[in-house]
Design a protein around this ligand. Structure first.
Ligand code: ADP
Ligand code: MG
Length: 449
C-alpha cells in the first residue's frame, strides 16, 4: 500500500500551484501526513487553531489536489496531536493555543503600535487606528487610511491586527493585500471555489485590506469585495482599508463602494516632519543595536523628506556598508560617503543587480533563470524576494527597474516583496541569516573589506 508520506509528497506541488504563496505557507506547508486507514488519508495539523481552519476552509482543495496528484479517491481527515496516541515523536508539539483561538493570517508581528512614531503628519490617523483597535466595529467602521507611498499605512494596518489579536485571541483576523485578494478571487472563479472564498472572507471579525486602489477596475474582484464588505459590515464586523488616495479621488472605483467607504471615517497620513523622521530612525537604530550619531541620523532625515520607506532604505544601506567595512560607529561623514557612492569613489566595484542575482541564486542553490522566472513556489519565490530586497537596499535602482531586472514584474509586486522581507528581518531566522550571508559573500566578492 502507498504510504501517507508518498501520497502527501505528490499532492504538495499541486497544492502549491493552486494556492497563493501566503495561504500555502500558512496552512499547508507544516501539515504532517500520518497514515492511510482504509480509504482515509490522515493528516495532522500543528494545533487546534489550524485544525479548525483547515477543516472549515481548506478540506475541499486538499482533497481535490491529493486525489488529482495520486489518481485516487481518498477522503481526508485532519487531526491534531492529541487526537491520536501513536503519533511519531519527531512531530513538532502543537503551538500553545486553545480550541477557541481565531484564525489570524497575513499579519506581520514586527509592525506594532509600539514601533510606530507619531507626529503632526499622522496623529489623527494613528488615533483613529488605536480607537478602532480598542473598539472593533464600534468606533469607526470602516476605517479608511490613505496617503502617499512609504508613509506607514501598511505598518498601521498590521499594528491594528496585532493589537486586536492580543486583546481578542478568539477573533478571526485577516490581513490581505488587494493583490492577494484579487488572486484569490481569480483562483476561486477558475477552480469554481467561490463558496470557499466566501467562507474565508466572510467569517472574519476584522478584515484588513491593503492598497485597495489595486482592485479598482477589476470587475469580478470589485464585486466580490463589495459583497464581502456588505456581509461583514452588515454583521457588525470591522473593516480597515488603506489606499494611496482618498475615496473620492480613486479612479475606476464603483460609486457604490465609494459611498460605503465614507460610512465610517477617513484619515490621511502626510509626510512626516524632520523631527519625526529622526525619531523613526532613532527607534530603528536602538532596536537594531546600531551605533550611530545624531548628526548622521539628521543628515539622513534631511535627504528624504517625503517617504519613510526610502528613508529606511537609505538607513539600511548605510548600516550594511558599515558592516562591510567593519565600522563600529556610523558618523555623518561616513553616511555622506555611502550616499555619494563611496564604493565607486574608492575605485572599487559597485554592487550591481546582476551580481546580487548571481550570489543570491548561488546561496539558495537555484539558477538566475529561476530567480527571474514567474514561478511562485516558495523555493524560488523566497530567494527572489531576498534578491529584490538586496537590490533595493544595496543599489540605487528604482522599483520599476528592479521589476524589469526580474523578468518584467510590476513595481507593486517588487514593493510588496521588499516590504515582506523588511518585515521578516530579525523575526525569521532563515531570512535574517540569508541576508547576512549574502551580503557577506558580496563583500568577499567585491573585496570591500
Ligand atoms: P505605506 O504602506 O504607506 O507605503 P509602510 O507602512 O510600508 O508604508 O511603511 C514603510 C516603512 O516605513 C515601514 O518599514 C514602516 O515601518 C516605516 N514607517 C513609516 N511610517 C512610520 C512611523 N510613523 N513610525 C515608524 N515607522 C514608520
Ligand atoms: Mg503599503
Amino acid at each position: 500500500m502507498v504510504s501517507a508520506q508518498v501520497i502527501w509528497a505528490k499532492a504538495l506541488p499541486v497544492l502549491q500551484e493552486r494556492m497563493t504563496p501566503t495561504s500555502y505557507k500558512t496552512w499547508i506547508k507544516d501539515i504532517m501526513p500520518i497514515s492511510v486507514e482504509g480509504n482515509t488519508l490522515i493528516l495532522m495539523a500543528q494545533s487546534e487553531m489550524y485544525l479548525t481552519t483547515l477543516r472549515q476552509f481548506y478540506s475541499n482543495i486538499v482533497t481535490e489536489c491529493v486525489n488529482e496528484a495520486n489518481s485516487s479517491n481518498y477522503t481526508i481527515s485532519f487531526i491534531v496531536k492529541e487526537d491520536k496516541e501513536d503519533t511519531p515523536t519527531s512531530v513538532p508539539t502543537p503551538a500553545q493555543s486553545t480550541s477557541d483561538a481565531g484564525v489570524f493570517f497575513g499579519v506581520q508581528s514586527k509592525y506594532t503600535f509600539d514601533t510606530f512614531v507619531t507626529g503632526e503628519s499622522n496623529r489623527f490617523a494613528h488615533a483613529a487606528a488605536v480607537a478602532v483597535a480598542d473598539n472593533p466595529a464600534s468606533a469607526y467602521n470602516p476605517l479608511y487610511i490613505y496617503g502617499g507611498s512609504g508613509l506607514g499605512k501598511t505598518h498601521m494596518l498590521h499594528a491594528i491586527g496585532n493589537y486586536v489579536h492580543n486583546m481578542h485571541p478568539e477573533f478571526n483576523i485577516c490581513f490581505v493585500s488587494s493583490e492577494d485578494f484579487t488572486n484569490d478571487v481569480i483562483a476561486a472563479i477558475k477552480y469554481d471555489k467561490r463558496e470557499e472564498l466566501r467562507k474565508k472572507y466572510r467569517n472574519l471579525d476584522l478584515l484588513l485590506v491593503d492598497d485597495i486602489q489595486f482592485i479598482g477596475g477589476k470587475e469580478a474582484t470589485e464585486m466580490e469585495f463589495f459583497n464581502t464588505f456588505n456581509a461583514l459590515h452588515g454583521s457588525n464586523k470591522q473593516i480597515v482599508i488603506t489606499s494611496d488616495q482618498s475615496p473620492n479621488d480613486l479612479p475606476f472605483l464603483q460609486e457604490r463602494l465609494r459611498t460605503r467607504f465614507s460610512w465610517g471615517i477617513t484619515a490621511d497620513i502626510k509626510p512626516p516632519d524632520v523631527e519625526t523622521r529622526v525619531a523613526i530612525l532613532k527607534g530603528k537604530a536602538e532596536r537594531d543595536d546600531v551605533n550611530i550619531t545624531n548628526d548622521a541620523l539628521l543628515y539622513m532625515a534631511e535627504q528624504y523628506n517625503s517617504n519613510v520607506r526610502e528613508l529606511e532604505s537609505c538607513y539600511n544601506r548605510i548600516v550594511l556598508y558599515a558592516n562591510f567595512s567593519k565600522r563600529s560607529m556610523i558618523d555623518r561623514s561616513f553616511a555622506e560617503s555611502v550616499l555619494k557612492d563611496y564604493v565607486s569613489s574608492e575605485g572599487k566595484h559597485m554592487v550591481t543587480p546582476d551580481l546580487i542575482k548571481q550570489v543570491t541564486a548561488n546561496y539558495f542553490g537555484i539558477t538566475v533563470e529561476d530567480l527571474v522566472s514567474s514561478r511562485r513556489d516558495k523555493r524560488i519565490a523566497v530567494p527572489r524576494h531576498v534578491a529584490m530586497y538586496l537590490c533595493r537596499t544595496l543599489t540605487n535602482i528604482s522599483y520599476p527597474d528592479i521589476g524589469k531586472a526580474f523578468g518584467g514584474k510590476h513595481y507593486s509586486t517588487v514593493m510588496y516583496s521588499c516590504d515582506q522581507i523588511a518585515g521578516e528581518i530579525g523575526q525569521k531566522l532563515d531570512i535574517t541569516t540569508a541576508i547576512d550571508d549574502i551580503t557577506n559573500r558580496l563583500t568577499n566578492d567585491l573585496s570591500l573589506k
